[in-house]
Each structure stands twice: as structure tokens, then as C-alpha cells.
Design a protein around this ligand. Sequence first.
Ligand SMILES: [Zn+2]
Length: 125
Amino acid sequence: MRISHETSDDNGWLARDEASTDLRNIPLELSELAAEGMRASFAVVAGGLVVCSICHARSSATGVQVVEVRRLEGSSDPDAEAIVLGLRCPSCGVLGGAVLGYGPTASAEDQDVLAALNLEVGDGG
Ligand SMILES: [Zn+2]
């Protein structure tokens, strides 16, 4: 007589790669910016330009007002850095967030825009 115990090793927990990088905070940062009224998003394009998601205007980064700067560093991957910016579109005036690569792995487009933007936010914390 055999009793079959079907032992289940299904612990039911999902492996989370929490240690991968702090860059997972980007959605959180963006949601916080959205909560502050930054409802647009800006994309970086070649030539030091940013594109507004609301009016689709391409604006030179030199003319874009920076209202928020948040740097994120990858704890386990020092090369994986990003910067989350709150920007004001000079065309339609909407506030929105942008995510740019930062550091040695940043794309040329991101570096151009970062160099053109004035990151000296007056009320920085
Ligand atoms: Zn706009």
C-alpha cells in the first residue's frame, strides 16, 4: 500500500530583482511629478531638442525651464544613472517630466540636452 504525498514546493513567491538598480524608481518619480501637476512628458531628440507630449513642439533645451531635478543612481550598477527632470514647455507652458540618461552610459542626445538645460534649480532641496 502506497500513500502518495504530493509535496508541493510551490512557495508562491515571485523572485523580485530588487537589487538590480535604483532606476526602478523612475516610474515612482514620474508619478510624483504628475501629482505635482506635471502632466506632460518630454522626449529627447537629436540636436539638443526636447519634444512636448502635449503640443508636440520641438524646443531647444536652452529655452526650456527646469523646475525639478531628481538624480537617480544605480546602487549596484554605478554606470546606470538617470536624471528625472520636471520641465516647462516653452511652447504651450505645460509642466511635464523627462527621464534622461546620466553619466558615461548616457546617449549623445541626452548629453546634449543636459548640457543645454539650466539644472541650477533655485528652490532645490
Ligand atoms: Zn508643449
